[in-house]
Design a protein around this ligand. Structure first.
Ligand code: AMP
Ligand code: ZN
Ligand code: FE
Ligand code: FE
Length: 274
């Protein structure tokens, strides 16, 4: 049996309900999953009572935004206490920040002559955490682009693009500490997207516990590189598909499968630090 510890639902920028993601995990033959929506744990509350009847073990998960200057850093959290007051307060602030961020992205897009409204974007995110994929979808709906990837490549992908705004002004150090305070395990998500491995030892000094070695964006060579780095820095290894349903096609639930030994190692760490 295997695990997929990086899955998004419609509580952030995925397209499927928490229940549907559980069913897809069951159909894919997974034994353990974590729902890791951006800056929210809402899917967990919905999915928790539905997992056991399906024979799926559900781990508390989240993917939290942070930044160093204009560089996005995503930190995954596992096994945290989702009722932790500091965490709850932070997530509420993040929801508000993300609304303001969309308004700022829309202003910048408007200046580029792309006339979408923030309301259109919020209509697409519905009850979930609003993010760049919703902005991309709004641009697509208006015919300014022909694929959502184009939105990232031309307008919102990174600091070199005219309408890019980071998901959170807080540095990864703060997020790592917050996850630790909530008794969770902080893990650096998809390290290849960071494009700077020299930051990783710094994160470890700040309390990072794991590295997402296995990810749908990692080539076999990247996996070998991060396996080596995890061993050298005594980091736990996690992995997942980064499934988003129809908003990121061709990456079904279970695309990336984490061996049970790594899930066991996460549990041992949690027990030892409880
Ligand atoms: P946000 O949390 O609002 O910054 O959005 C992050 C999400 O945007 C990621 O989880 C992906 O779903 C999507 N994303 C980020 N970069 C790209 C890209 N270059 N192409 C397509 N989707 C992307
Ligand atoms: Zn996403
Ligand atoms: Fe991410
Ligand atoms: Fe993700």
């Amino acid at each position: 049996m295997a695990a997929d510890l990086h899955l998004h639902t419609n509580r952030s920028d995925g397209t499927e309900t928490p229940q549907r993601v559980l069913e897809l995990a069951k159909a894919a033959g997974l034994s353990t999953i974590a729902l890791t929506d951006h800056d929210t744990t809402e899917a967990l509350a919905v999915a928790a009572p539905l997992a056991a009847p399906l024979g799926i073990e559900l781990i508390a998960g989240i993917e939290m935004s942070s930044s160093i200057g204009e560089v996005e850093v995503h930190v995954l959290g596992f096994f945290m206490d989702t009722a932790h007051e500091g965490l709850r307060r932070h997530l509420e602030e993040q929801q508000a920040r993300r609304v303001e961020r969309v308004k700022e992205m829309v202003r910048r897009l408007n200046r580029q002559g792309l006339l979408i409204t923030a309301e259109e974007v919020f209509a697409l995110s519905g009850q979930g955490t609003v993010g760049r994929p919703h902005v991309a979808r709004a641009l697509l709906n208006r015919g300014y682009i022909t694929t959502t990837v184009e939105a990232f490549d031309r307008y919102i992908g990174s600091a070199k693009h005219p309408a890019f705004v980071p998901g959170s002004p807080l540095p990864p150090e703060r997020i790592i500490r917050l996850i630790r305070e909530a008794d969770g395990i902080p893990v650096l998500a998809h390290p290849i997207y960071l494009k700077d491995d020299t930051l990783i030892p710094t994160f470890v000094r700040q309390g990072l516990v794991g590295l997402e070695v296995y990810h749908s964006g990692h080539s076999p060579e990247h996996v070998r590189r991060y396996e080596r780095m995890a061993r050298e820095l005594s980091l736990l290894m996690t992995g997942g598909s980064d499934y988003h349903g129809e908003s990121k096609e061709g990456l079904p639930v279970g695309t990336v499968r984490l061996a049970d030994e790594h899930v066991d190692a996460l549990k041992r760490w949690k027990t030892a630090h409880a």
